[in-house]
Design a protein around this ligand. Structure first.
Ligand SMILES: [Zn+2]
Length: 68
């Protein structure tokens, strides 16, 4: 069972990290003329799972607010 706990801890840590800084610099912009297709010209790219973590947190908050 220990590895499950480790994975859960890592997932929790990653969610926290991704929420603290959900985006990172895009390194492909320099290789493209005009708007870069990777970040759509914003220069920032979401980290792996950032949107998922955001959705999960929103769902958690909603569940928390709607609790009886
Ligand atoms: Zn870019």
């Amino acid at each position: 069972m220990d590895h499950v706990l480790v994975i859960l801890a890592l997932a929790a840590f990653w969610v926290l990290f991704v929420c603290l800084s959900p985006t990172r610099e895009c390194r492909s912009c320099g290789r493209h003329r005009g708007p870069c297709p990777r970040c759509k010209g914003t220069g920032r790219r979401f980290r792996l799972g950032a949107r998922l973590a955001g959705k999960a947190l929103l769902a958690l908050r909603k569940a928390w607010e709607e609790r009886p």
